[in-house]
Design a binder for this molecule. Structure first.
Ligand code: CIR
Length: 262
């Protein structure tokens, strides 16, 4: 299952400027020390599956740069550098480019002036790439991505991120080749026909952003009913503290790029 098994991950340590990170609703200032300890646990859990995990230095100029997922799409055949729709995050993509060039033979870029797309809106399954149109990802960005990955054999399907939800993957995660953990509000759009859906427990919508990484599912702490559903379904769940990233609308997927360069 190439959509769940990876040899590498890249993460970036949170910067002191994280206190100025973007957020839809202000629920308090993130604590850098606590976020760093959650981040350490996250990277250790990735490493514990046998993967090589590169942890980049903090980038103080970009308060949201700990959320590396938004900077690139990593596929077995190559990587595509994104164009984030948040103006304060646009420069983060260029910062990631040399690190991916060091590992991949093929690196392409979303370049159109009017094209915007963030990795958090992209779900790669075993058979297709779903991209949610959102406040950060527009039709031009999706069209450009579709062209860039066509000769690598990846069909792209445009879907919709629910209104008021930051990213498509804020509300869903791939658990195995054809199983998706999702909120009801996203699954109700019908975008997961043909997949098995495990719904998050009512009131635990923030549990929908998890990652399947090799044998492990990294899952945000504090959502016991959804955790139990995953355990009952046979997944090996590792809980990771996410209280500080959650203040900035971030979760498990946002904190890494996960890939096996071909
Ligand atoms: C932002 O608003 O861009 C950040 N505060 C959170 C980004 C989360 N990234 C993700 O879901 N992939």
């Amino acid at each position: 299952m190439r959509s769940c098994h990876f040899t590498h991950a890249i993460a970036r340590r949170p910067a002191a400027s994280i206190t100025r990170g973007l957020r839809a609703v202000d629920t308090g200032t993130p604590d850098l020390g606590l976020m760093q300890s959650h981040h350490d646990a996250y990277c250790a859990a990735l490493r514990g599956t046998g993967a090589t995990v590169t942890v980049l230095d903090p980038l103080d100029a970009y308060p949201d740069s700990v959320f590396v997922e938004d900077t690139a799409l990593c596929l077995p055949e190559g990587a595509v550098i994104m164009r984030p729709g948040a103006p304060s995050r646009l420069g983060e993509a260029a910062e990631m480019q040399p690190h991916l060039r060091a590992l991949y033979s093929h690196v392409r870029r979303i370049e159109g002036e009017g094209s915007f797309i963030e990795g958090g809106d992209i779900l790669v399954t075993e058979t297709e790439i779903l991209v949610g149109r959102s406040a950060r990802t527009n039709a031009a960005g999706i069209a450009e991505l579709t062209r860039l990955v066509a000769d690598w054999g990846h069909p792209v399907r445009e879907v919709h991120t629910p209104p008021g939800v930051l990213h498509f993957k804020t509300d869903c995660s791939l658990m195995d080749g054809d199983t998706i953990l999702s909120t009801d509000r996203l699954a109700a759009s019908g975008c997961f026909q043909g997949y098995q859906v495990i719904p998050v427990a009512p009131g635990e919508e923030a549990a929908a952003n998890a990652i399947r990484f090799n044998a492990a599912v990294l899952f945000p702490a504090g959502f016991p009913r959804t955790r139990d559903r995953l355990v009952e379904a046979g997944f090996a769940v590792t809980e990771i503290g996410n209280s500080e990233c959650a203040k900035l609308d971030g979760g498990m997927s946002c904190l890494s790029l996960r890939f096996s360069p071909g």
